[in-house]
Design a protein around this ligand. Structure first.
Ligand SMILES: C=CC1=C(C)c2cc3[nH]c(cc4nc(cc5[nH]c(cc1n2)c(C)c5CCC(=O)O)C(CCC(=O)O)=C4C)c(C)c3C=C
Ligand SMILES: [Fe+2]
Ligand SMILES: [Fe+2]
Length: 355
């Protein structure tokens, strides 16, 4: 890293430079992996703080504030933190005392750093969360203080959505807005149809098929849902999920009537993207589909939504309604194939910056 001397020479023509001019660190390239976030702990107040930050985000809840504020503050933040904290307890990483999303995102950053800095030692890899800790503003600031005059933001969402990708960037830009000497910034685009990603997903499915002792009647690709209204307003998310699903099915050479895309985690009474995973899990056994394999391609890391909701709640629902076999394919996480995907995206987007 170079600490630039005060640029007195440039200023000589206009007069002496004040002694207080701060040193400026330059010459490094930051790569910031951005994920959603997780509560700091599972107790009522930690859960409440996390849910308040998350559900106050206008990119997540687009309802008018006069309507949403009392629903959130008087109802949701009273009733949801308790039971959701218990759900988090079921998947909590006890050793690290943190949610798995945090453990995995940190590991993705560390593993990326280990290989990419061999190619270009100027690169600094870091990670941050949109809600909770480590916060995005604190890590943007830390990168700049380490001398990053260029930063690549990598929202860890293969499919782009205003409620995830855009808000992750908004939060980063909020901190950049406060800077006088802003680093140059790039944002990695979604990789929903990137062959490296599709092939990595297909490999996880094949590995799982080889490890289980049944042939699934149906492969279900489950994505996190959003309100239907967001699709109608032009959000690219639904189309990108459908494309990921189609490419995965084609790569696997799997029959159309034995593959479906579903959406999970509906929240509140509004219509969300359909078909709902939970309803599908109740209906499939009635149609003679007794053995399923579920994959969650939209999540870069296993988390509450996959480990508790899919592998817990949805599996139980399926078996309760007459299903016989249920297998879940883990996310790409910090596996070698998962890292290949992140590395491919990062190296492509660093072109012209990286050596
Ligand atoms: C209520 C609105 C929500 C929208 C819209 C939404 C979109 C969305 N979320 C993810 C990814 C994740 N969501 C996670 C948890 C979670 N999501 C919501 C609400 C919305 N999400 C809530 C309230 C919660 C917290 C848990 C709960 O109270 O139900 C997580 C897991 C985080 C963890 O700590 O494990 C992820 C990941 C996507 C991809 C998405 C839209 C595309
Ligand atoms: Fe969510
Ligand atoms: Fe959920």
């Amino acid at each position: 890293m170079t600490v630039m001397p005060r640029p007195d020479a440039d200023f000589r023509a206009v007069g002496p430079l004040p002694e207080a001019h701060p040193p400026v660190r330059v010459g490094k390239i930051g790569v910031l992996l951005l994920n959603l976030g997780t509560p700091d702990a599972t107790d009522y107040w930690s859960m409440r703080r996390y849910l308040k930050e998350f559900l106050s985000d206008r990119r997540v809840i687009e309802k008018p504030r006069w309507l949403w504020w009392p629903i959130l503050n008087l109802i949701i933040l009273s009733v949801r933190p308790g039971p959701k904290g218990k759900d988090y307890d079921l998947i909590w990483n006890k050793e690290g005392d943190e949610g798995p999303l945090k453990t995995i995102t940190r590991s993705q950053a560390q593993k990326l750093a280990a290989t990419i800095t061999e190619k270009d030692p100027r690169i600094v890899v870091d990670w941050a969360m949109r809600y909770g800790n480590p916060s995005t503003p604190s890590r943007i600031r830390a990168l700049q203080e380490q001398g990053c005059d260029r930063i690549l933001l990598v929202p860890l969402y293969p499919q782009s959505c205003a409620a995830t990708t855009a808000t992750a960037c908004d939060k980063a830009f909020e901190e950049l807005m406060r800077m006088r000497w802003q680093p140059a910034v790039r944002v990695a685009p979604p990789w929903h149809d990137d062959p490296v990603y599709i092939n990595a997903l297909a490999k996880t499915v094949r590995d799982k098929l080889a490890a289980i002792d049944f042939e699934p009647d149906m492969i279900v690709a489950s994505f996190h849902g959003v309100p239907m209204e967001y699709l109608l307003k032009g959000d690219p998310y639904h189309c990108q999920c459908q494309k990921t699903g189609r490419l995965l099915r084609e790569t696997l050479g799997w029959d159309k009537d034995r593959f479906m895309v579903c959406f999970q985690s509906r929240f509140g009474p509004d219509e969300w993207l359909k078909p709902y995973l939970i309803d599908t899990m109740g209906e499939l056994p009635k149609r003679g589909v007794k053995k399923v394999l579920v994959i969650a391609p939209g999540f870069s890391a296993d988390c509450l939504e996959t480990l508790e909701e899919i592998e817990g709640e949805n599996k139980e629902h399926f078996l309760h309604h007459g299903g016989e076999q249920f297998a879940y394919v883990p996310c790409l996480n910090d596996s070698p194939d998962g890292l290949d995907v992140i590395r491919a995206v990062v190296e492509r987007e660093l072109q012209g910056w990286m050596r």
